[in-house]
Design a protein around this ligand. Sequence first.
Ligand code: MG
Length: 431
Amino acid sequence: MTTLRGGGATDVGRVRQINEDRFLTRDDLGLYAVADGVGGHQAGEVAAQTSVETLEQAFLESTTDGLVAAVKAANDAVWRLAQSAAEKRGMGTTLTAVALVQEDGEDHLAVANVGDSRMYLFQRGDLVQVSEDHSLVGELEREGQLTRDEALVHPQRSIITRALGMDPEVEVDTWQLLPYAGDRLLLCSDGLTNEVPDDRIASTLRRIGDPREAAADLVREARAHGGNDNITVVVVDVVDDDDRAERSSAALADEPTMAPGTGGGPTSVSGWGAQPDPGTRPSPTLTATRPPPAGPSRADRPRRVTWRVVAFLVVLTLIAGIAVAAIGWYARGAYYVGLDGDRVAIYKGRPGGLLWFDPTLVERKPLTTADLLPHHVRDLQAGREQPTKADADRYVNNLRQQAAEARPPAVETAPTTSLLFAPTTLLLPPP
Ligand code: MG
């Protein structure tokens, strides 16, 4: 037997005066709902309250049709109430509901939605939005005119295009999912999703096991992120699936044609009204065959991303380390002959340094700029690179030698030579 366990939390938020959200958790009926009322002067909360109460009372048959009938009864009740008094005219409410139903002798989860409250499936760490928002930005997003990120900050994101109580008739979108033990369902008003990104929601659902505590934590998170609207969250756990997961695995093993990503399976989408192409919905395919999510998905995968990010950072750090080592090796891998004041000196490094590698003084030579030829002085001011210390020593000796050769006879040596030879010359007898 399939068993569900749900918990909910709601909060007025940090800006609004009145909480116009309502929720319903009935484990015994297998019925859960979130409603977000609209229409000032307390009409919004009346609409939301009426919708969940009527849903609860009118859910008499545990089938998808029974759930749709209950949602339509809720619409009728809100519509009648709105017509009954002038101050309630124009009130309405979103309603997102999940019910455990029996179809063809099997347990299913039926999802019904009107408005922009949402139902998500959290399965094996992936969070996937199942319902579609009946909002202006939701429609623009489905048409490809807005991205999810653009929709999140769109100034007209609060305009809803479908709600209960606006008309005597209402179109109800529905989906069917197969319940698997370990799956979590999340129902929430836009007060959560406008404040907390999907990856944060998934992280909380992964972290907190108790559904009521998880719902309360998500509400707290939405408050902390701004709390600009009423916030309502219901978390429903599939605690027992009548061994469906095991039977499904066995069936998958027996039927290699039902490969991951091929879709199909015992159930898919049932729709009423303006239902888009079922093929675009990830969840029913997911639950029918339990393949990994195929194609681009809005679901986040923080655990996988985290490991990839770690691996990426390790590689990046290695590359950066190697680059620094290579630059250091190059910067410090040579000598040059330069000047330390007016003294000729040998440095380790590159003339002027390289990045943060400054050259270091290795040796000061007993040679000054006054001892050198002028163009050699200019060379040393710029620095003359040498591959090794020995080459640098040789270069300095060379400079010294060239300067000595180019210089006119030195003052000390010339007189000595003259004195040696001059007397000899003078002593020679005339021929
Ligand atoms: Mg709201």
